[in-house]
Design a protein around this ligand. Structure first.
Ligand SMILES: *[C@@H]1O[C@H](CO)[C@@H](O)[C@H](O)[C@H]1NC(C)=O
Ligand SMILES: *[C@@H]1O[C@H](CO)[C@@H](O)[C@H](O)[C@H]1NC(C)=O
Ligand SMILES: *[C@@H]1O[C@H](CO)[C@@H](O)[C@H](O)[C@H]1NC(C)=O
Ligand SMILES: *[C@@H]1O[C@H](CO)[C@@H](O)[C@H](O)[C@H]1NC(C)=O
Ligand SMILES: *[C@@H]1O[C@H](CO)[C@@H](O)[C@H](O)[C@H]1NC(C)=O
Ligand SMILES: *[C@@H]1O[C@H](CO)[C@@H](O)[C@H](O)[C@H]1NC(C)=O
Length: 460
């Protein structure tokens, strides 16, 4: 099969020549910069000679550290973009215990899905981050907010009700570093809530609740935060971009995607040039193709600009989120069996129009290789995993082509989701109370062997 390729139709020099978006003025006057960021030293020490040997860069279809070692990721999503904007589960277990559980399976990367609202609120408060207690009361109401705050502090005694959201993030990142676990911050949604639909106001650049300048500001903030955390080697720009059904005048097309994503990439690299950046394509990240399917090309643009490479390189992200939905359709052949050839055809490789020949013979040779990560897919955590066509296709495909992945998700329950407090999720890897696995048997006999086969990068 052809190697994973992206945007293979435009030569490399075109990519280097573009990236025309520039900041006309500094985004925010100095005195509105969040207060704690002013106190931040750059990196505490030069970590170039310490694990994980950053900065990382892309090299063809691989991600490599500064010694040239190829990175292999097999990890899990840790949701934290719900109304409280505090990582799920901490009222049930300490950060250390949760990370021990993650490490026990061999998972070596956490995709931390956050809401840009978290950074908006810091700017609204003259640079002061929101405390645990305030976050909980705003998200859950006074009674449950107070109760859950106390439970979190009881489980995590080094925190107080005054500990802030980003202090919690830093604690998680530090403890993950000790264990050799990477952190991949991901803008999951703008307004903190369950994601993602066409009518939630968070679908596309400029949607009802998707202010693009606040988005770039938020990216820059997290990129600055990442400077203190050597295990944060990458960031995502935006989860599951899709068309807005509320605002249909925004230009749902490739030029708008590339223009805004280039601007977001520039905002990250201006703040922290060491980070790798992952791009999501259109149609809820199901395709990374240029001008895919029904998306019209922008008016007057003969050749849309290509995404920038940035200093360290670019990653693609792909999602196959729904076992019953369209994600499945991309990899299913007519007869119902899984056809791995459909994965590249779905846009993880190849030029528009090619890939009809499932053995791969009809795609032109790649002109540019880019690593691709499968950053979301999921399934009920029970014995039906063993027979699921799509899951087993992914197990084989990711090993054969060394494609890093992050399963959705750790959370067996959410403190609030879709208007319900204390909601269970059968797709979660943990059980409702986070004190064990949802299905210990499949963790042992499905997840552990798959992670092991990926040769996930460790700290040793
Ligand atoms: C960090 O250390 C490496 C290797 O010793 C060196 O090449 C690099 O210049 C140092 N970087 C900084 C910012 O001091
Ligand atoms: C978008 O439109 C739908 C249908 O009219 C509506 O239910 C929804 O509240 C709107 N979303 C926003 C964010 O305004
Ligand atoms: C970003 O998206 C908006 C749509 O809201 C569009 O008008 C604008 O041109 C895009 N920006 C760039 C730099 O392409
Ligand atoms: C598909 O590609 C293979 C080469 O990989 C070639 O042998 C075969 O003839 C092609 N089939 C069609 C229908 O073009
Ligand atoms: C408080 O949380 C519990 C679940 O832990 C939930 O059943 C209850 O409805 C919540 N109370 C309010 C006022 O939302
Ligand atoms: C993991 O390492 C083994 C032994 O070197 C190798 O055979 C296998 O292909 C590797 N798997 C991946 C996904 O790189």
């Amino acid at each position: 099969m052809a190697p994973l390729t992206l945007w293979s139709v435009v030569p490399l020099f075109a990519a280097l020549a573009q990236s025309t978006w520039v900041l006309a003025t500094p985004m925010f006057p100095r005195n509105t910069e969040p207060r704690w960021q002013k106190e931040l030293a750059p990196r505490a020490s030069n970590t170039t000679n310490q694990w994980p040997y950053g900065p990382f860069k892309t090299q063809g279809r691989d991600i490599v550290n500064n010694r040239g070692d190829v990175l292999s990721w097999a990890g899990i999503n840790w949701p934290m973009s719900g109304e409280t904007m505090i990582p799920e589960g901490l009222e049930w277990k300490s950060v250390d215990e949760i990370l021990d559980d993650v490490q026990s399976v061999g998972w070596n990367v956490l995709r931390m899905g956050y809401a840009i609202q978290m950074i908006d609120e810091i700017y609204e408060r003259d640079g002061n981050d929101v405390s645990l207690e305030v976050a909980m009361i705003m998200g859950l109401g006074y009674e449950n907010g107070t109760k859950v705050t106390n439970e979190i502090v009881r489980k995590n005694p080094s925190w107080t009700v005054q500990t802030t959201r980003f202090e919690i993030w830093s604690d998680i990142a530090d403890k993950a570093l000790e264990r050799g676990i990477f952190i991949h911050p991901d803008v999951h949604v703008h307004q903190a809530k369950w994601c993602c639909s066409h009518t939630d106001g968070n679908a596309w650049f400029g949607d009802v609740h998707f202010d693009t300048s606040n988005w770039r500001r938020g990216l820059a903030y997290v990129a600055r935060w990442a400077k203190r955390h050597p295990n944060v080697v990458s960031m995502s720009l935006r989860n599951e971009l899709r068309s807005s059904w509320n605002r249909t005048d925004l230009g749902y097309n490739w030029p708008t995607l590339v223009g805004n994503m280039s601007a977001g990439s520039d905002a990250i690299h201006a703040a922290n040039p060491d980070l790798l950046i992952s791009w999501s394509g259109m149609h809820t990240t199901r395709t990374l193709r240029r001008d895919p399917g029904r998306a019209p090309a922008g008016p007057g643009l003969l050749r849309p600009r290509q995404p920038p490479l940035g200093r360290q390189g670019l990653l693609g992200a792909a999602h196959l989120p729904d076992e019953r939905g369209r994600g499945h359709g991309h990899v299913r052949g007519r007869g119902g069996g899984a056809v791995p050839g459909r994965l590249p055809r779905a846009g993880h490789g190849g030029a528009p129009g090619c890939g009809k020949n499932l053995t791969g013979g009809d795609c032109p040779p790649p002109q540019r290789l880019t690593p691709v990560l499968l950053t979301e897919f999921g399934h009920a955590q029970d014995a039906t995993l063993y027979d699921d066509v799509l899951q087993n296709c992914l197990v084989a495909y990711t090993q054969k082509h060394r494609v890093g992945w992050m399963v959705w998700s750790l959370a067996g329950s959410y403190r609030v989701r879709e208007g319900v407090q204390g909601l269970g999720d059968s797709w979660g890897l943990t059980n409702f109370e986070w004190d064990g696995w949802n299905d210990a048997e499949t963790v042992e006999n499905y997840w552990k062997p798959w992670v092991k086969a990926m040769n996930a990068t460790t700290k040793s």
